[in-house]
Design a protein. Structure first.
Length: 288
């Protein structure tokens, strides 16, 4: 599933061509991943794209009427947020209207410059919805802090009082939004922490090291334009390359780059977790 670096890469690509463009028409194929297909098809045409932002693992296309509706000072009348979650296999790309259409492309958003936004999703585990500006507070209330913005001391305080396993907290979108399985494992390896450690048992030094590792891994992954493990491509249809930099993820049985021990796989928080048993010693009392 695309995580923060992949979604950030897509968003940066969309920012190049979308702001200032107007959506002329919406064509939908299979729409079981859209919260309200009718609302989406009716409300987007005629809207101008103001900006594209990332909210954790969500892509948010901010829309406003071509002609701003007059209202009280500071009013956001007519402003909408078109929100997309890529799920496991979703792809959001910008193509020429005459370009060949690939299989499993379900949504077409025609733009005023002859291009169109296309959404392709083989497994259709993604999600699309339209949220008015007045509803964004509730939407954001379900998301945790932005990993690239949370400070070290704040990170340490957030984790130090939790009795959950540290891997589970990294994956909890109500704590940190955008971190998933790949980058949780890679961050824990850099911080030399076993994924099953209880967060409250970690020292301040260990938690600050984890905060630093999360930042480093996410920023490095963004520079490499994300990890293309399966179907992920950026807004131009190109694959990322950070998968070539993975140190533990999906490397079960392979030698650790640090100590040459064998990478192991266990289940933590219901997810496969890859780690080095030498560099990331298990908590005391945990069965092998």
């Amino acid at each position: 599933m695309p995580e923060l670096p992949e979604v950030e890469t897509v968003v940066r690509g969309l920012r190049v061509s979308l702001p200032g463009r107007t959506i002329l028409d919406v064509r939908l194929g299979k729409a079981d991943f859209i919260d309200d297909p009718g609302l989406l098809a009716d409300s987007l045409p005629g809207k101008r794209i103001a900006e594209v932002i990332r909210l954790g693992k969500f892509i948010c296309v901010v829309l406003e009427p071509e002609k701003k509706i007059s209202g009280p000072e500071g009013s956001s009348d007519g402003r909408l947020n078109f929100i997309v979650h890529l799920g496991m296999t979703g792809q959001l790309t910008v193509k020429g209207a005459g370009d060949p259409v690939t299989l499993h492309t379900h949504c077409f958003f025609a733009l005023d410059d002859g291009q169109e936004i296309r959404y392709r999703d083989i497994r259709r585990f993604g999600r699309m919805l339209v949220v008015p500006e007045s509803g964004m507070g509730e939407f954001l209330g379900n998301l945790g802090r932005e990993p690239l913005e949370i400070g070290a001391e704040e990170f340490q305080k957030e984790f130090s009082s939790r009795r959950a396993r540290v891997k589970a907290l990294l994956l909890d979108q109500r704590v940190l939004r955008g971190v998933g399985n790949i980058y949780a494992d890679e961050s824990l390896f850099r911080a030399r922490l076993h994924p099953a450690r209880i967060a409250a048992s970690l020292t301040k030094k260990q938690l600050l090291a984890l905060h630093r590792a999360v930042l480093e891994v996410l920023e490095e992954a963004i520079r490499f334009r994300g990890s293309s493990i399966s179907d992920y491509v950026d807004s131009k249809g190109k694959r990322g390359t950070f998968q070539q930099q993975h140190r533990v993820y999906q490397r079960k049985g392979k030698p650790c780059f640090r100590c040459r021990g064998k990478i192991r796989r266990v289940i933590v928080a219901g997810r496969s977790s890859y780690f080095c048993p030498r560099c990331q010693p298990a908590p005391r009392g945990r069965k092998k």
